[in-house]
Write a protein that binds this ligand. Structure first.
Ligand code: ZN
Length: 264
């Protein structure tokens, strides 16, 4: 049963990944994600079902539009494949459950945030504000950390609100100290969303994992000379998104591990 759920969610992820690509293309331009239907940005030809099979169409057409030959960005199949892999993993991890439903919604949001921030160095209000409302609504049904809070709805809501406030303040400090040169205000809003999602104290796990992963990648990029100077801006959003997903899935385990380290 778990194997079937995993495979089905992998396939579902392929289809969702295709829609996420559309969001990543259109949201930064302020375009509708509903209309018009999928079309080639170069020749405006509307695409048929056969042109829109996730990953496979890209491989079959060798990364070019069937009608005009314009290049399709490599990001398209990568997002489709990554969404499928993450959805399959989440299905395997949670099993068929309410948690799984919440987790795939969060994963979709974070994939969009990750890709748009990487490509445009933007964290869009049109993504992050609805995400905050969603996380607040979800907190009535699901909270990440049971030890600190009563296991009922109100406890989780309180946890979410405190997580959101802590995330906002923790990122507002470096933003204010660097006068916005170190990180953008978008990162502050993103941290508030991540806090609402993960609650307190797991928001700290999420932000720390994000900052550590970001630091490791920055060091790697500097050592491998892929970026020239330390002044080159590296967007924080993608790392915060990764940290948030890690905290969502393993946050309580990581927190307990820290706790036991501190107790020794
Ligand atoms: Zn075309």
């Amino acid at each position: 049963m778990l194997a079937i759920t995993t495979i089905l969610f992998g396939l579902f992820g392929l289809a969702v990944g295709s829609f996420l690509n559309l969001c990543i293309d259109r949201l930064p331009q302020g375009k509708s994600i509903v209309r018009p239907g999928s079309h080639c940005d170069s020749c405006n030809q509307s695409l048929k079902a056969i042109d829109l099979v996730p990953v496979f169409s890209y491989l079959w057409l060798r990364g070019r539009c069937r009608y005009c030959g314009a290049r399709i960005p490599l990001r398209s199949p990568i997002v489709e494949f990554a969404t499928a892999a993450i959805f399959a993993f989440l299905a395997w991890h949670y099993g068929l459950s309410l948690e799984l439903a919440f987790a795939v919604v969060y994963a979709g949001i974070f994939i969009v945030i990750f890709a748009i921030d990487l490509e445009q160095e933007l964290i869009l209000n049109v993504v992050v504000f609805p995400a905050m409302i969603l996380a607040f609504a979800f907190s009535f049904f699901w909270g990440g950390f049971e030890e600190f809070w009563p296991k009922s709805g109100p406890g989780f809501v309180l946890s979410a609100l405190m997580g959101g406030a802590v995330g906002f303040v923790l990122m507002l400090l470096p933003y204010a100290l660097t006068r916005g040169r170190g990180m953008g205000y978008g990162d502050v809003k993103l941290a508030a969303f991540i806090g609402l999602m993960s609650g307190f104290p797991l928001v700290i796990v999420a932000l720390l994992v994000g900052i550590v992963v970001g630091g490791l990648v920055a060091v790697f990029l500097l050592l491998s000379r892929m970026v020239k100077s330390r002044k080159a801006a590296i967007p924080y959003g993608p790392f915060l998104a990764v940290g948030a997903m890690v905290a969502l899935i393993w946050g309580d385990k990581i927190f307990h591990w820290w706790w036991s380290m501190g107790a020794q």
